[in-house]
Every structure is written in structure tokens, then in C-alpha cells.
Design a protein around this ligand. Structure first.
Ligand code: B12
Ligand code: SF4
Ligand code: SF4
Length: 305
């Protein structure tokens, strides 16, 4: 089967961006991780992840049966606004629903379509986000996005409001000759200047311990609390100011897992105990975090009112 047909099938199941690569070794990721460690951009608590990610950079070594990777992305640029009464906390756009679970379900559909067209039972593993794969590098190699100065990967139509997923397979797929996507940032530095904590000063890299997204996820002290604002979970400033994202297409998805919207009433949150918290955020990315990590955000958020 060729890449063009895979892209067509991916569109049919609702995947916005799709491309195939036979690049199974990403030594540049090991180099990048070492460079980030050198600069203290990777927090100590990421120790295990860092080592695993270096191992997974060689996909061929980790999965000797692999022949190709189908890189996929869906947009989460969807209107998820909700009305809440009284003081509220803001939830990052990508967390309003569980878009990772949604992308996984679409990739499962794609696998079935490929299976029925190739008349073969082939080997495959599906991944999205909570894994050690070099997901950005794979999507770049498959030609569906390019690196952006805000630390994400980006594409013209959907900007960087996308989540990524991969199908590693033993199917030998015919890959189109492609020019890898050109960088869309040019001389722009809007995100770097907008970041409240200067976490993006080294272009294309994120000083993770200074990033409010990281801080909102973990039981760590909030740096420069006066800049925190109404964040309950996540930070999206460097994405929201980006001109490519501002022009990007809005979508309507059918993602039904972990739907929580982009706001939560603080009275509601403070009336929850740890169990209620787990139930409220069940199937949503927030439930992967500890109650204490989120409580610290909510307490500071309350001070903004
Ligand atoms: C750790 C992590 C974080 C960390 C670090 C973020 C980061 N930008 O790396 C924190 C907690 C801050 C974070 C935040 C967010 N994350 Co996050 N995160 C991850 C995770 C699990 C690993 C990323 C990683 O290893 N980074 C470390 C660096 C060293 O690895 P790397 O970026 O792959 O390395 C490449 C680049 O550094 C590049 N590079 C280095 N130097 C240079 C120089 C030049 C000139 C160029 C061109 C490139 C370049 O080359 C390297 C090798 O290819 C991935 C999932 C995954 N498994 O990959 C999701 C992932 C990156 N996150 C994602 C998302 C959605 C977010 C948020 C947008 C969430 C939100 N708030 O809405 C924010 C964005 C904040 C930001 N500005 O990046 C998406 C990004 C999708 C996209 N379109 O880019 C991913 C891919 C998950 C997914 N499956 O969709 N995240
Ligand atoms: S997510 Fe927020 S804190 Fe992190 S790099 Fe972007 S603007 Fe800075
Ligand atoms: S704001 Fe400008 S520099 Fe930053 S990611 Fe968007 S286009 Fe690139």
C-alpha cells in the first residue's frame, strides 16, 4: 500500500494530518536531550523519562520488526467554552476533552481499514503522548509538521493546536518523495516575548522547570506567582499568541472521553474531596495528576478574584 492511499483513508476516519516515514532511528533526539540536560532545561523528576526517551529514539532497536511509522495528528481547535458562576479556573484548550483517547480511536479505525484493503493481518503498535517515543521528530520526518520556536510542531492549516499519534507497523509502505515541511516561524519571536516566565528564551527549546504547563502538572512551587493568573490546569499563552494558530481552522470533533470544558467553578472544585476529584476528572488528562498538584493551582487562582 502506498502513502497516498493511507493519507486518504486517514482523512476518511477523521484524522486531520497523516504521513508515513521509514526513518526508524532518531539520534538527533539523544543529542537534543543531552543539550537540554546541559542547560538544566529538564527537571530532575524527568530522570527516568529522559533515559527511556533516549532508548526509544532508536525505534528499530526497540521494535526490530518495525518497517514504517504512520504519523497522525488531529486538531483540538474546538469551541469548548462553558459558562460557570462565580470565580473560576482556566483549563488549557487541549485538556477540555481527552483528545488523545479520541485520536487513538481514530487510529484504530485506520488500522482496520488498512487491514481490510491489504487483506493482511500485520503487526502494529499505536501510541499517543504518554509514551517515550520522539513524537515531534517522527511527525517532522513524516512531513506533516515542522518545528516551531514555542517548542511544539506546527502546520499551516491547523497551526500547533494539534495532538500527535503514531502507528508503528511491520507493513512495508511505499513512501512518496517529499520535501519536508518548511519552517513557518521565520523571524517571528512573538511567543518568546509573550512567555510569562522566559521559558522559551533558547529558540525551539523549552526550559521545562520554568514552564507553567509543567508547574501546573506537578507538586512543585509556583515560580513568579504574581504572573500565574487564573490557571487551573495548563498554560497556553505561547500557543494563543502565535499568528499561525490565530489563523488556524476551527474544528468540530466527536471526542466524548473526559469532556470538562475550558473552565471550572472554584466553589465546585473546593467542595470536592480527593475521591470526588478523581471522579470528576475521570478519563481526562487532569486525572493523571495528583490532587495536591491541582489544589496548589486552584489556591493561587482564587487570589486572582
Ligand atoms: C515532556 C513534554 C512536555 C514538557 C516539555 C515540552 C516540550 N516542548 O518538549 C511540558 C510539560 C513543558 C509540555 C508542555 C506542553 N505539551 Co507536551 N509533551 C511532552 C512529551 C511527553 C515529551 C517531549 C520531550 O521529550 N521534550 C524534550 C525534547 C528534548 O524532545 P523533542 O522536543 O522531541 O526534541 C526535538 C526538539 O527539541 C528539536 N530541536 C532541538 N533544538 C532545535 C533547534 C532547531 C533549530 C530546530 C528546528 C529543532 C530543534 O529537535 C529535537 C529532536 O528532534 C511529548 C510527547 C512525546 N512522547 O514526545 C508531549 C508533547 C510535546 N506535548 C504536547 C502538548 C500538546 C503540550 C502543550 C501544548 C499542552 C498545553 N498547554 O496545551 C504544552 C506546550 C508547551 C510548549 N511550549 O512546549 C504535544 C505537542 C503537539 C504539537 N503539535 O507540537 C506532544 C507531542 C504530545 C502529543 N502526543 O501530542 N510537554
Ligand atoms: S506554556 Fe506558558 S510558561 Fe510554558 S513556554 Fe508556553 S507560555 Fe511559557
Ligand atoms: S509565535 Fe511566531 S515564533 Fe512563535 S511559534 Fe508562532 S510563528 Fe513561531
Amino acid at each position: 500500500m502506498n502513502e497516498k492511499r493511507i493519507i486518504q483513508l486517514a482523512k476518511e476516519v477523521g484524522i486531520n494530518l497523516c504521513g508515513v516515514t521509514d526513518k526508524l532511528d532518531y539520534p538527533e533526539v539523544k543529542v537534543a536531550i543531552d543539550a537540554w540536560v546541559e542547560k538544566d532545561f529538564i527537571p530532575a523528576r524527568y530522570g527516568k523519562f529522559r533515559e527511556k526517551k533516549k532508548k526509544f529514539a532508536s525505534i528499530q532497536e526497540k521494535y526490530p520488526w518495525a518497517r514504517s511509522i504512520i504519523a497522525c495528528a488531529i486538531s483540538y481547535n474546538e469551541n469548548n467554552e462553558v459558562e460557570v458562576e462565580g470565580p473560576y479556573g482556566e483549563i488549557a484548550k487541549y485538556t477540555a476533552r481527552n483528545y488523545y483517547a479520541y485520536l487513538r480511536s481514530l487510529m484504530e479505525k485506520l488500522v482496520k481499514k488498512i487491514q481490510s484493503e491489504t487483506n493482511s493481518v500485520y503487526r502494529y503498535n499505536i501510541y499517543t503522548c504518554y509514551n517515550n517515543l520522539p513524537e515531534k521528530a517522527i511527525a517532522v520526518a513524516a512531513g506533516i509538521v515542522s518545528y516551531a520556536k514555542n517548542g511544539t510542531v506546527m502546520e499551516k492549516e491547523f497551526g500547533s493546536y494539534t495532538v500527535l499519534g503514531e502507528i508503528i507497523t511491520d507493513l512495508p509502505l511505499q513512501i512518496e518523495n517529499k520535501d519536508l515541511m518548511r519552517n513557518l516561524c521565520g523571524n517571528c519571536r512573538i511567543c518568546i516575548e509573550a512567555c510569562p516566565t522566559d521559558a522559551l528564551n533558547d529558540e525551539y527549546k523549552v526550559n521545562i522547570p520554568r514552564c507553567y504547563q509543567f508547574i501546573s502538572e506537578n507538586e512543585v512551587e509556583i515560580i513568579e506567582p504574581e504572573k500565574w493568573g487564573k490557571k487551573f490546569y495548563g498554560c497556553t499563552i505561547c500557543l494563543d499568541v502565535c499568528p499561525v494558530n490565530k489563523r488556524s481552522q476551527e474544528v468540530v470533533t466527536h471526542a466524548t472521553d473526559g469532556v470538562i470544558g475550558t473552565k471550572i467553578g472554584l466553589h465546585n472544585f473546593f467542595s470536592m474531596n480527593e475521591n470526588d476529584f478523581k471522579n470528576y476528572f475521570k478519563n481526562n488528562q487532569v486525572s493523571m495528576r495528583t490532587y495536591k498538584a491541582i489544589l496548589k493551582n486552584a489556591e493561587l487562582c482564587k487570589k486572582a478574584f
